[in-house]
Design a protein around this ligand. Structure first.
Ligand code: MEV
Length: 442
């Protein structure tokens, strides 16, 4: 069937949008309406709140919201909220948290909290000439022009930290940047940064026109390309680590502590040198990071982009975690660049986000950075621990078992049977189907 483009879709009512979809794409099958409606909240105020988070909302999309308890982080015992659909993530986090709880737990250090943004512009001018103009005129004007915008942030202890003119003409003809660094305190700060940058674009345009040292041709050549924050924040970074004596590094898979430590470290080294492995390794880290990022109402696309850009910062994609064994001490750590907020955005709006932040003891943005790095490190510890001992499928399939059983329409009684059945066996899809058929044919 050929579909026609729709005009004014966003202006239709929710029902109007659903009617159109059912007619245009779903063969007039009204049962789909029921699928959407069953996820509407009974409380119309709550439903409206969710609908207004985004455009063209017709239903809500549930994600499991789970808890990984027993995280000892910088001496505080926390239960982490995790919004994630992948079956083994919360279990792996909980297991890793428990492993480290009696070994001093996780320690974190905020290395820096600087965020960045750019006004990208083109100008046909000698770099030394515009640099002189920037240093002796423009820089001061940029700070002055943004005073109103930055007032509240300055009162909270943040603001614009510095502005630099960057000559990029070696990479692209006539290309320059105003590169600014910001402290956005407890907010992620995207709107604040972008507002400042847009003002920079305007002020740059005005001041170039006023500047007497530029020729008319130079003035006319100025083009502001865009004003936008950078999601790559290598200087907004936190370190989380665990360490213990090898003699305390007991794994329950039956191998010696030394062998476990050596195999674990080798797995990290492979991720450090091999991008194919590093991608999966870091994906596992982000399983832990994103789940808490989502539960706390932050932007997981931004944290993903930043983490992967950082992983490639030396020109070759590599591991975000590292491991050493020195003088009988096992040390495992992550340096995670991450920009998050605990005020603004969804944080004061989404009831579950408010719950998550309350559960975490109303952390500052820096404390949340620490929690997120720990969640990533714990997840990576759990994955590598399984990979170098039992293999990943044992734990994965154990958690995935319920997905398979639900697909088969198993009853609660049948599910209990399978839990006992697979107590000492690795779950495979084939084995579940075979045993399910046995059970039903009995
Ligand atoms: C699966 O979501 C994540 C893992 O593949 C991570 C890893 O291999 O390190 C288990």
């Amino acid at each position: 069937m050929n579909h026609q483009p729709v005009e004014g879709f966003s202006k239709r009512s929710k029902q109007g949008k659903i009617d159109w979809l059912i007619k245009e794409y779903l063969n007039e099958d009204r049962s789909y309406e029921q699928v959407l409606q069953q996820y509407w909240n009974d409380d119309p105020t709550l439903q409206k709140l969710h609908e207004e988070f985004s455009e063209n909302t017709i239903s809500n999309f549930y994600m499991p919201y789970g808890i990984a308890p027993n995280f000892l982080i910088d001496g505080k015992l926390l239960a982490l909220p995790m919004a994630v659909e992948e079956s083994s993530v919360v279990a792996a986090a909980s297991k890793a948290a428990k492993f480290w709880i009696d070994k001093g737990g996780f320690k974190t250090t905020i290395i820096n909290t600087k965020k960045l943004g750019h006004t990208h512009f083109m100008m046909k001018v000698e770099p030394h000439k515009i640099l002189h103009f920037f240093n002796f005129n423009l820089k001061k004007k940029l700070f002055e022009a943004t005073e109103e915008i930055t007032k509240n942030m300055r009162n909270r202890g943040g603001g614009i930290l510095n502005i630099r003119l960057i000559d990029k003409t070696a990479d692209l003809e006539n290309y320059f940047q105003l590169k600014a660094s910001f402290d956005t305190v407890d907010s992620m700060g995207a709107n604040f940064i972008n507002s400042c940058l847009e003002q920079f674009g305007k002020t740059l345009t005005e001041e170039v026109q006023r500047e007497e040292s530029f020729t008319q041709e130079e003035k006319d050549s100025l083009q502001i390309v865009m004003n936008i924050l950078s999601n790559f924040t290598p200087d907004c970074i936190v370190r989380a680590e665990v360490s213990c004596k090898i003699e305390d590094l007991k794994d329950d898979s039956g191998i010696s502590n030394e062998e476990f430590a050596t195999k674990f470290k080798r797995a990290v080294t492979i991720a450090e040198i091999e991008p194919f492995r590093a991608t999966t390794h870091n994906k596992g880290i982000m399983n832990g990071v994103d789940a808490v990022v989502i539960a706390t109402g932050n932007d997981f696309r931004a944290t993903e982009a930043c983490a992967h850009a950082y992983a490639a910062k030396d020109g070759k994609y590599s591991s975000l975690t590292h491991c050493t064994i020195d003088n009988g001490v096992f040390r495992f750590w992550i340096d995670l660049p991450i920009s998050v907020g605990v005020v603004g955005g969804l944080t004061n709006l989404h009831p579950l986000v408010k719950f998550s932040l309350a559960l975490l003891g109303k952390p500052s943005a820096q404390e949340l950075m620490s929690i997120l790095a720990v969640s990533g490190l714990a997840q990576n510890f759990g994955a590598l621990r399984s990979l170098v001992t039992t293999g990943i499928q044992k734990g994965h399939m154990k958690m995935h078992l319920f997905n398979i059983l639900n697909q088969l329409g198993a009853t609660d009684e049948e599910k209990n049977h399978f839990v006992t059945y697979f107590k000492d066996k690795t779950v495979t899809h084939h084995e579940v189907i075979t045993e399910f058929n046995n059970l039903r044919n009995k």
